[in-house]
Design a protein around this ligand. Structure first.
Ligand code: WT7
Length: 674
């Protein structure tokens, strides 16, 4: 276990030149009006009481909210049946529902003309609106088109599309017929797509001709063709138009737009059991193979519904602006399922924060009158280096809640977000969660109005979440100042159900290390005020621009090169991206070629095989094995991280190394590199 990782963000904060003052929660949010169900809970008078109630009486708490917030086709007869030791989670047993009905039909019936989606296209000043009635028609048409093409309940469907109404309809169309979507981020290359298609046994791929981000064209259809050529399972590719470019046709291709236009605007929703799979989403782990994290229907729906409402103080009529891509869990939970299940107007952001200039977000906030804005700290850090006039020239008075996710937010970014963007008037909400948690697990909200928000920390667990800090001895530490592994003690409705096709790995990764607890892979500290502060990953996973990337996956690509014998990739701090990969590469004996060329080749390979964000800019080459290993052969990445950032004095204990002499060689090599 690598403990020193957790120091990184803290160090970044100490270096900060800002002095934080904190802020009080500003929104007029009240327990009894926002959670009318509270009258069922005896002795609950405050958020604190309600949190306590939710973890001490989980079935009563979740059962009550599940009944009132979800439209059921058949009511559930048991709230939960969970076993942390077996990694077995069942919620709302016996219940039947359809998630697309909860996200669309029930709002289309009440407020058909209310805008459900606002698509902020890549081209500035181009937006398209879709009402709930129109969304219902589109979802039904997509669902019918999928059915007509042979897609059945339980089939896995890959969605490789840009953020757009068609992509949202594709997700909900799958949900309507009980197909399981696997959205693959449109920035991934053909090999990554092929790997995900193969692992899930995907027969149907939904894509677009091309996509555009920041004015740059990405050849999605071409990538799909390459991926499909490598996979054995794909039977059909439905292609929708984004740019209208001529992209060639294969025998598997079907014109998605044409098929949808012809399809009927009513599709009978499939009756789904609470625990049927809703979707899978791949995330990078500490071994080379990405994990297909599985979420199911009712528990995920309820949890994203509640967190979108309470963490962001969503009120009827608000415009909800989460700028995440649908290729990540944030896009699933807070662009699509959470907001739509609440009948909100949700923004689909297709562009980039600095396109065409660093005012893009704020121009959009002014034009669309966004009330809640949710982005990643990396975006904020990249913008705060530009002139504040890019923010201040816009009217941002609609904003009430500013939130961030993806990595620890540093004080400088928090303060800038709070004062420059929010004018000191908005709640700034750092939210911690993961693909595996399904929804926000720790955030300053919900809390009583007037409570203080401590800058730059996630602070409080959401209802039903009880964080536990586990020490090296494997015991829970509840003392103030405790620092250790961030675990969660009791199951909650949207906890991941399994890793697709590999329950053993699910247990191994999350449940075996601290029996009886869910282990997140992050470190956490309980500060002196009793609030939680996340401190970064404890495993070999990097967070690059808020995107999670396992070191092992990058190493696998590098190691495949015929000249490479071994490699180790570590994350090092980067001013804007949070972290960036740094690679140590050991070449095979006798390799004498051009190292600069090898570096370029390896970078190219990583870009092609994974994605641009995973490419190590800096690479250290050696022709003898000088990776610092323990006697059992485990690479001590802690040492590699320090050497990569020139902290040669602070290497810690090196006595357990099999060959302590390699450290000096690494240091000399690093000095020569510069
Ligand atoms: C990992 C999960 C959840 C949506 C985006 C990423 C890191 C996320 C925070 C935060 C500190 C954070 C953790 C976590 N992370 N939010 N507010 N403070 N770290 O989802 O790709 O599943 O990544 O992102 O390390 O484990 P993901």
């Amino acid at each position: 276990m690598i403990w020193c990782r957790s120091i990184l963000p803290v160090v970044r904060q100490i270096k900060s030149r800002w002095i934080s003052t904190g802020s009080r929660l500003t929104s007029g949010f009240s327990l009894s009006t926002d959670i009318p169900e509270i009258e069922n809970f005896k002795g609950v008078n405050s958020y604190k009481d309600l949190h306590k109630f939710s973890i001490t009486n989980p079935d009563e708490f979740w059962g009550t909210l599940g009944r009132s917030r979800i439209d059921w086709m058949k009511p559930f007869d048991k709230v939960s049946e969970c076993d942390m030791h077996k990694g077995s989670f069942k919620w709302f047993l016996g219940g039947q529902l359809n998630v697309s009905v909860n996200c669309v039909d029930r709002h289309a019936a009440k407020t058909p003309d209310k805008v459900a989606l606002i698509w902020e296209k890549d081209e500035p000043n181009e937006t398209e609106k879709v009402t709930y009635k129109e969304l219902l028609d589109l979802v039904c048409q997509v669902a019918n088109c999928l059915r007509d093409n042979g897609v059945k309940k339980g089939d896995r469907v890959a969605i490789y599309m840009p953020v757009s109404p068609m992509a949202v309809a594709a997700m909900l169309g799958c949900a309507r017929i009980g197909a399981i979507h696997s959205v693959v981020y449109a920035g991934f290359k053909p090999d990554s797509l092929a790997e995900r298609i193969e692992d899930a046994g995907v027969e149907t791929v939904l894509t677009t001709d091309q996509c555009v981000r920041g004015g740059e064209v990405i050849e999605l259809k071409k990538n799909v063709d390459e991926a499909v050529a490598k996979s054995s399972t794909v039977k059909r590719v439905l292609v929708s138009k984004r740019t209208g470019a001529e992209v060639g046709k294969t025998p598997l291709d079907i014109d998605f737009d044409e098929a949808v236009a012809k399809a009927s605007k009513w599709c009978e929703p499939e009756v789904m059991n609470s625990e049927d799979m809703l979707f899978m989403l791949y995330t990078s782990g500490s071994t080379g193979k990405p994990k297909g994290i599985v979420h199911s229907q009712a528990g995920y729906l309820l949890y994203t519904n509640l967190t979108q409402k309470f963490v962001f103080d969503y009120q009827e009529g608000d415009i909800f602006g989460c700028v995440a891509d649908i290729g990540w869990i944030t896009g699933h939970s807070y662009v699509v399922y959470g907001p739509l299940s609440n009948g909100a107007t949700t923004v689909l952001f297709e562009s980039k924060p600095r396109y065409p200039d660093p005012g893009r977000y704020w121009d959009m906030v002014e034009r669309l009158k966004i009330n809640q804005f949710y982005c990643a700290p990396t975006g904020i850090r990249s913008l705060l280096r530009s002139d504040n006039s890019f923010v201040q020239k816009y009217d941002l008075s609609s904003l009430r809640v500013l939130a961030s996710v993806g990595e620890p937010i540093d004080h400088e970014a928090w303060e800038w977000y709070h004062t420059v963007v929010g004018g000191g008037k908005c709640d700034v909400v750092d939210s911690w969660w993961q693909t595996e948690t399904g929804g926000i697990a720790i955030a300053p909200r919900p809390s009583g109005a007037g409570d203080k928000i401590v800058p730059a920390i996630a602070m409080r667990p959401f209802f039903g979440i009880q964080p536990a800090i586990l020490g090296r001895d494997g015991k829970e530490d509840t003392s103030l100042g405790a620092n250790g592994a961030c675990c969660i003690k009791y199951p909650w409705p949207s906890i991941a159900r399994t890793i697709y096709g590999d329950h053993e790995r699910f247990l191994e990764t999350y449940f075996n290390k601290y029996p009886g607890y869910y282990f997140s892979g992050d470190g956490v500290r309980l500060n002196q005020e009793g609030y939680y502060q996340l401190t970064g990953r404890m495993d070999d996973v990097m967070s690059i621009s808020g995107i999670r990337q396992g070191s092992a996956e990058v190493e696998d690509v590098i190691d495949e090169h015929p000249d490479v014998s071994e490699s180790a990739v570590v994350g090092i701090p980067h001013e804007i991206k949070g972290e960036e990969p740094f690679a140590y590469v050991i070449t095979k004996q006798g390799v004498t070629g051009d190292i600069e060329q090898l570096k370029t080749d390896l970078q190219h390979k990583v870009r092609e095989r994974i994605a641009g964000f995973a490419v190590p800019r800096q690479m250290f080459f050696a022709d003898e094995d000088i990776l610092p290993k323990t006697r059992s052969g485990k690479i001590m990445r802690r040492i590699l991280r320090k050497i990569a950032v020139d902290e040669f004095e602070e290497l810690g204990d090196t006595s357990t190394l099999a060959e302590p002499a390699v450290v000096e060689k690494l240091i000399q090599g690093r000095i020569l590199m510069k």
